[in-house]
Write a protein that binds this ligand. Structure first.
Ligand SMILES: Cc1cc2nc3c(=O)[nH]c(=O)nc-3n(C[C@H](O)[C@H](O)[C@H](O)COP(=O)(O)O)c2cc1C
Ligand code: SF4
Length: 403
């Protein structure tokens, strides 16, 4: 079996289609900022970092903020377990990501772009720096881009230090400022008060990579791909029990059943959509679709076959969250520990059904009361695995103790 996790496994109609470096920057300059925003709005592009916020709105808000010192940050932290599509984009398609940043800088009026690169991706920093240097030589970056007076934009690369929460945009900004990576209260939002208090647009690598195609081919073209509420294509990082793991570009709206066929998965029991913080889908729901309106994901798809122990899978996820909680707020700091303890008690058969129900309620409280997306989403796998694989877990661990 050929392992393809580092490479593009399936080229699609958007991100992995042909693109000539600089082409969309030229077009953006020809049509002007307002029309770039118009094309983006027409495309209905939503942020690919997980939250799905409309990119045109984010850029309009940052463009409208009153400051002559704005920032565009490319979020390349890629910390969600099972996600590796941004790494592929940066290494195989840097023209898309960096042209997207230049167009973003032009549109929001930023002179500075920063790539926040996951610490573990340090090995690619030199290659990316060389690429940026070539862009400067070709007048696609730096002062007077493509000879246009006043259009100055440059990009720096900064390394993260390995904390999952630093992918959250406000914790990322804290980390960029040299502080401990902890999420901020919102509002104010980064579009007004971001990096060192300046208006800042934080965009995922894949979001930025979609922009040049939209600018070059038009928002209408893009909008027609995918579904009504989820336009365009999506990169899925597929791992686990299948014969063809890798990065796949597919239109939004693809069913899980079809995806399993494409990646040649056999005997599948469960598909974890959206990484450790996502939801676990059982075989009875494989006709569900990958889309914002159904099973949404930042890109991570983990496949588990019938030999896998779902309680063990859950324990792994909960271990991760206990480790990665930044500890600022009680629901997440204590809640994740309680959920992990619960999994361990279930494993030993030391539980009552009331206890499990209370833990599920605790998970729902964490979803509402946690300060940032980490604690708001960490109970998702706990709730969906216990609900969808209840029989398997009870068969293995017994029916608990009498209350
Ligand atoms: C715990 C946590 C980790 C996150 N990690 C990432 C990440 O690695 N990459 C990313 O683009 N967004 C990540 N996000 C989402 C960001 O906060 C933010 O929504 C995103 O970068 C905005 O870009 P977009 O609008 O292009 O999606 C994370 C959010 C949370 C709560
Ligand atoms: S939810 Fe978790 S990661 Fe986010 S602020 Fe609270 S403790 Fe920190």
């Amino acid at each position: 079996m050929e392992l393809q996790v580092n490479k593009t496994a399936r080229k699609g109609m958007v991100l992995f289609s042909t693109y000539k470096r600089g082409e969309a920057i030229k077009r953006a300059l020809d049509i002007g900022r307002e029309n770039v925003l118009f094309e983006l709005k027409t495309s209905k592009l939503k942020g690919r970092g997980g939250a799905g916020f409309p990119t045109a709105t984010k850029w309009m808000l940052t463009a409208a903020a009153k400051s002559d010192d704005k920032y565009l940050v490319c979020n390349a932290d890629e910390g969600e377990p099972g996600t590796f599509k941004d790494r592929v984009l940066l290494l195989e398609y840097p023209a898309l990501v960096f042209d997207g940043m230049v167009i973003g800088g032009y549109t929001i009026g930023a002179k500075n772009g920063i790539v926040y690169l996951r610490g573990e991706y340090e090995y690619m920093k030199q290659t990316l720096e060389e690429y940026l240097e070539q862009m400067r030589k070709d007048k696609l970056l730096g002062k007077k881009i493509l000879g246009v007076e006043g259009f100055n934009f440059d990009i720096k690369i900064r390394l993260g230090a390995g904390a999952y929460v630093c992918g959250e945009e406000t914790a990322l900004i804290e980390s960029l400022e040299g502080n401990r990576g902890e999420s901020r209260n919102r509002p104010p939002y980064p579009v007004n008060t971001g990096f060192f208090g300046r208006p800042t647009s934080v965009n995922n690598v894949e979001t930025l990579a979609a922009v040049p195609h939209i600018v070059a081919k038009g928002g209408e073209w893009y909008m027609k791909i995918g579904t009504d509420k989820s336009s365009g294509s999506k990169l899925f990082s597929v791992s686990g029990d299948c014969n063809k793991p890798g990065v796949y570009e597919l239109p939004w709206g693809t069913s899980i059943k079809d995806l399993l066929k494409i990646v040649d998965a056999e005997d599948t029991k469960a598909v974890q959509v959206g990484g450790a913080s996502g939801i676990c889908i059982p075989e009875s729901q494989f006709s569900r679709t990958l889309a914002y309106e159904d099973a949404a994901t930042g890109g991570s798809i983990m496949i588990f076959n019938k030999k896998r122990d779902m309680l063990h899978v859950l324990k792994n996820f909960m271990d991760f969250f206990v480790e990665e909680s930044c500890g600022q707020c009680t629901p997440c700091r204590i809640g994740n520990v309680k959920l992990l303890e619960g999994v361990e008690k279930i494993e030993k058969g030391e539980f009552t059904f009331d206890y499990i129900n209370n833990l599920k309620e605790l998970g729902k409280t964490m979803q509402i009361a946690s300060k940032c997306g980490l604690g708001q989403s960490s109970p998702n796998s706990f709730i969906t695995i216990l609900e969808n694989f209840k029989d398997e877990i009870l068969n293995k661990c017994g029916n608990g103790v009498t209350a």
